[in-house]
Design a protein around this ligand. Sequence first.
Ligand code: AGP
Length: 623
Amino acid sequence: MCGIVAYVGRKIAQPLLIEGLKRLEYRGYDSAGIAVIDQSGDLFIRRAVGRISVLESVLQQDKVQCQASIGMGHTRWATHGTVTELNAHPHTDDSGHIALVHNGIIENYAALKKFLTEKGHTFRSQTDTEVLAMLIGDVYNDIKARNHLAAGTSLLQKAVQAALHEVEGTYGIAVICKDEPDTLIVARKGSPLIIGVGQDEYIVASDASAIVGHTAQVIYLNDNEMAVLRPDSFRTTTIDDVDVHPVVTQLENKLEEYELGDYPHYMLKEIFEQPHAIENCTRGRLELRENRVVLGGLANFTKELLHARRIILTGQGTAWHAGLVGDYLLEDLAKIVTEATYASEFRYRNPLVEDNTVVIAISQSGETADTLAAMREAKEKGALSLGIVNAVGSTIAREVDGGVYLHAGPEIGVASTKAFTCQCVVLTMLALYLGRRRFMSPQIHQELIDGLASIPELMNRVLQQSDLVRQITEEYCERENWLFLGRGYQYPVALEGALKLKEISYIHAEGMPAAEMKHGPIALISDGMPVVFLATRGYQYDKVISNIEEVRARGGKIIAVATEGDENIKRYSQHVIYVPDIHESLQPLLTVVPLQLIAYHAALHRGCNVDKPRNLAKSVTVE
Ligand code: AGP
């Protein structure tokens, strides 16, 4: 998704903006640009297709670095218009006095463009963003011509407010104007913006990664809010100019958590961080001696959860896979009717939300548009809305009635790994929390929380097999089709393994329940085709062995993830990756790790960009 960084203060803006854009690269983009207002009062804009390094080389051609202390930068993930320098942000009005960067979609941009064209404005790009820049410029000139503003009022602020009232869709914007060289205006509706509050300076960004190196004090703008920022002052209002008094809060994560460290890729770092992330996720929440789970963010909703007629778990992609694990956990351990549903489907199907329904939005970023919309739809229909989110202060986290943060630390790799396992950990804790208050015996509860507490150490044993996984993967990563099969708790893990492989190695992979294979997909089995089976100890183990036999009989090559000590599996598999033995409900936390490593090593071997896979964005904040 697009990334915005903007600055107003006492320092030279350009290097700050470039550094901020580099922090936002992980969000996914195809072009970038910056705009500053230089000392002569001119608007200085540079844009480039490709990586930030291309933009830097364009800036170096200017020889003299612009000494401005106000400006903004943007990484563009194309929605409207092809990937060209002309379509890159920032965009200006046709006077060239006003510059704007934007994250989101202006849904009525065509009508606005027609209106503005008929007023004589000339457009240079194919983007919806340029329409908004042009609209602000048009309104600015209208207000200026009427010249009735009270002294000290920012004409730019009034123009932005008026223009945003004409806009349908979503936006996170930063706007500057050469005629108000000390004023930075930011506004949001549907696309996140965080304001970092420094000493006589403000740095605004789409997420905390571009702010944390400057300040830990932040303000989260809400939808339909805006801020007028100057080096020595700031004012936040609604777009109706009603004052808003935001709370300045402290960022949870430190700068070093965003650093790559000694790892070659963020994805590998985050795979290996999982034991530590799970320790952070369970800290203060697993009280082994008292044999209890503590989930402070849900304490006020225990009754609603215990008496829920249904719990709906909703999310997209990996978060939905975690929701599917949660579906099994809550029905198995807490005996509560549960449904995992894609947010993008839930939000549009006019869902049945009966009394005593609890909807839990699962999201690493807390900004996924479909998940946010599904949660809002559920609230609209009277459901209790809870969140399982990683990004503190994110939109979903701030709009739900309650929830549980993952505390997994920033997840920078586009392929979600530690967020998935921590989402499953939180869902396991929730299932235990509720199960213990329903039908679960203290003995089973104790066994499971002790098991959960042992996961970090057991997971480290799985991670030590990374090189074995690499060797196995390299035998098959030229194959263009893989299958991932599992039953019960391992079915969602099969889906997650397939998604990981697809999204970073571009190999086509499909996950499904192992039993489903005979209902069609078995036709796909060709000689030498790699098929990954989640074949750990469990009540369906023998059925999985039968499925393995069916694949072998048709020439498939078996890569089995199995329980330590299982010698039998070797008779049916070309390769076996062992995970420690643990209660079946906790196995997904271990069996997913070899699949994450398969995807990582396959992508590496195929020369793919592991952390910034083609076409993908880390957080899909547009529909
Ligand atoms: C997972 O590896 C993908 N990056 C993607 O499916 C992701 O899980 C999905 O877009 C949901 O993101 P969220 O957790 O931030 O809501």
